[in-house]
Design a protein around this ligand. Structure first.
Ligand code: 13P
Length: 262
């Protein structure tokens, strides 16, 4: 039986927008969406600013009653202690973060995050009541060698080790070859992998979890291609990088999701 999942449009700012720029951005985005009555609960908007912006953005969301969810881009596997430079999930929770991105390909590549580290971070997020946004995806070489689904399926299987069936998680399929390249996956390619990832969730956490868990596509999502992804049955939203930094473009992506229409 099909289960309605509220689409999630998540903006991963990566290392862009300082806390002052963040204020202007969030206010403009809210204005763009408020006018068009697009914040009625049929789509969830998530913002993932750099750590140094979180307090500022949280204060603004609270003060102006702006219904965007807040998330961080990473967290420590540890809860506290002598880990210079690390950020605890406890701190993120205290800042009203709902989500935390884990295992983004840029962390896997530039910070040598293994599947095991990703799994430990998922556990850390759940310990602190944060919803992990678990990122998986293959490089072009891996796709050619192992096919479209094997790498993402393998990464998700490890990340879900020890995750209870009742846990809320989000999964994001981000093919490395489509990130920041403008070389977007086709809707059919996204659907194929997202369906395979939902099958992993069903096998590991049960059918209920598979039915309610949002599986996102990420990689060169723009206002011009979001509708084609949202038409796919196993794509429940998008994790947007570059286009999430441009107010009008991100607002247009949010408006184009399936329950709101255009
Ligand atoms: P782009 O949308 O810039 O391709 O980035 C995708 C991404 O990595 C989101 O996490």
């Amino acid at each position: 039986m099909a289960v309605a999942r509220v689409p999630l449009i998540a903006g991963n700012w990566k290392m862009n927008l300082d806390h002052q720029q963040a204020i202007a951005f969030v206010q403009k985005l809210h204005w763009a969406l408020k006018e068009a009555k697009h914040l009625d609960g049929t789509v969830e908007v998530g913002l993932f600013p750099p750590f140094t912006d979180l307090r500022t953005v949280q204060t603004l969301l609270d003060a102006d009653k702006i219904p965007f969810a807040l998330g961080a881009q990473d967290l420590s596997t540890k809860d506290s202690g002598a880990y210079t430079g690390e950020v605890s999930g406890a701190f993120l929770k205290k800042l009203n973060c709902t989500y935390v991105i884990i295992g983004h390909s840029e962390r896997r590549e530039y910070h040598a995050e293994t599947d095991e580290i990703v799994a430990a971070k998922v556990q850390a997020a759940l310990r602190h009541g944060l919803v992990p946004v678990i990122c998986v995806g293959e490089t072009l070489e891996q796709r050619e060698e192992s096919g479209p689904t094997a790498i993402s399926v393998g990464q998700l299987e490890v990340a879900l080790e020890g995750v209870p069936a009742s846990a809320e998680i989000v999964v994001a399929y981000e093919p490395v070859w489509a990130i920041g390249t403008g070389q977007v996956a086709s809707p059919e390619q996204a659907q194929e992998v997202c369906a395979a990832l939902r099958a992993v969730i069903a096998a590991k956490l049960g059918q209920d979890a598979a039915d309610r868990t949002r599986v996102l596509y990420g990689g060169s999502v723009k206002s011009g291609n979001i509708a084609s992804f949202m038409r796919e049955p196993d794509v429940d939203g998008a994790l947007v990088g570059g286009a999430s930094l441009v107010v009008d473009e991100f607002a247009a992506i949010i408006r184009f999701q399936k329950h709101v229409g255009v």
